[in-house]
Each structure stands twice: as structure tokens, then as C-alpha cells.
Write a protein that binds this ligand. Structure first.
Ligand SMILES: [Zn+2]
Length: 204
């Protein structure tokens, strides 16, 4: 049975233990069975059925079993809305890598997934799912990875008599003067506004 919500709580933050390939394969078989019982699931990790061992399965295009997986390499990012069998009816926007290389004790070669150049919906689901399931083995849920957009900061507006600093095109000289006097110089293209919000130092 897949543990959900409150029942999953005690396993959701557990860093799982390494396992032998033999034991890992037995756990993987159980996970694949559970996954086939669920209509919506595309991946499942051992802690979701109450086993705190480093085993997870992914089944998007074909079944992938990962025993003691380790992320070797990662690159790029995309934002993806994910769900989780342990949190039915919930969805969270998460930032994921667009390329991952994962080694696992049961694989002869690292698993490399890469959607940086192209990828259809199944490729996207698969690469997100692999990262989601490995997270479960490290006590990380999609809620821990929730993507929060940086708030937009509007550029500061200056008063006409407010002192500003402008910098010459060649970056060699600066002037401090009232904004209304600076405006024509900025408009000429030879000078640009140096003082703006977020800038730490003002040249004097
Ligand atoms: Zn999950």
C-alpha cells in the first residue's frame, strides 16, 4: 500500500539506507507492483511503502529501477508542475534539471536523461520523475522544492531635483547632478544613469 499524507509523514523526511542489489531487486518488484495498481503514478520510492532503503522505480516509457542511485551530473533547469502518490490531489511547481546523469548499483552504465535540446512530454515526465523519486530517498518532497518566483522590482523613479550619478560611455568619468540636468545627457546617449536601486556603491 502506498502511504499517503499523515501515514507517509514519518517516512517523508528519512534519509534512506543503502541496500544490497538482491534486496533492492525484491523491493523494486514490490514498488512496480504498487505502481501498476495505481492509474496515475509514474514513479514510486521505497519510503512511500514504508521501506527506508535506497530503491525507486520510474515507469514512463519503460520501467527504470534504481538501486542506491547517485546523481553524478546535472545541468539546466525547467519548471514543472508535479504530483506525488503520497499526496493525492496536490500539485506543486518545482524546479528540475534538464540533464541528469545517475549511477545506480544495478546499472552497468549511468542513466543519462537530457531534454536540453528537445524532448517530448514523456521525456519531460521521465526526467522530472527520476529527480522526484531520488529526492524521496533523501528525505526531500516536492513541497521542499516548491518554486517561488522572485518578486519583480520596478526601477526606482527619481524626483527632478534628486541627485543622481551618471557615468560616461567610456566608463572613465562620472558626474553627480540633479536628475533634471542629467536627463538630456542620458538622452544624448553619451551618459547613462549609474545610481539605481540595488546598486551598492556610488562613485563620487
Ligand atoms: Zn512522490
Amino acid at each position: 500500500m502506498v502511504l499517503t499524507n499523515k501515514l507517509f509523514e514519518q517516512y517523508s523526511k528519512t534519509i534512506c539506507d543503502d541496500v544490497s542489489i538482491e534486496e533492492g531487486e525484491a523491493i523494486a518488484a514490490k514498488l512496480l507492483q504498487e505502481l501498476s495498481n495505481s492509474k496515475l503514478g509514474i514513479g514510486l520510492a521505497a519510503p512511500q511503502i514504508g521501506i527506508t532503503k535506497r530503491v525507486c522505480v520510474i515507469n514512463v516509457k519503460e520501467p527504470i529501477v534504481l538501486i542506491n542511485p547517485k546523481m553524478l551530473e546535472s545541468d539546466g533547469e525547467f519548471i514543472f508542475k508535479e504530483g506525488c502518490l503520497s499526496y493525492p490531489m496536490k500539485a506543486v511547481k518545482v524546479k528540475r534539471y534538464t540533464m541528469v546523469a545517475v549511477e545506480a548499483d544495478n546499472l552497468d552504465e549511468p542513466l543519462i536523461l537530457d531534454i536540453r535540446k528537445d524532448g517530448d512530454m514523456n521525456d519531460i515526465l521521465e526526467i522530472a520523475c527520476v529527480q522526484h523519486e531520488i529526492d524521496h530517498l533523501n528525505g526531500i518532497t516536492m513541497f521542499d522544492r516548491k518554486y517561488v518566483q522572485e518578486p519583480y522590482r520596478a526601477p526606482k523613479k527619481y524626483g527632478r531635483n534628486e541627485k543622481v550619478v551618471i557615468v560616461a560611455k567610456d566608463n572613465k568619468s562620472t558626474k553627480k547632478l540633479k536628475y533634471k540636468k542629467a536627463l538630456p545627457l542620458i538622452d544624448s546617449g553619451d551618459w547613462s544613469l549609474f545610481t539605481y536601486e540595488g546598486q551598492g556603491t556610488i562613485p563620487q
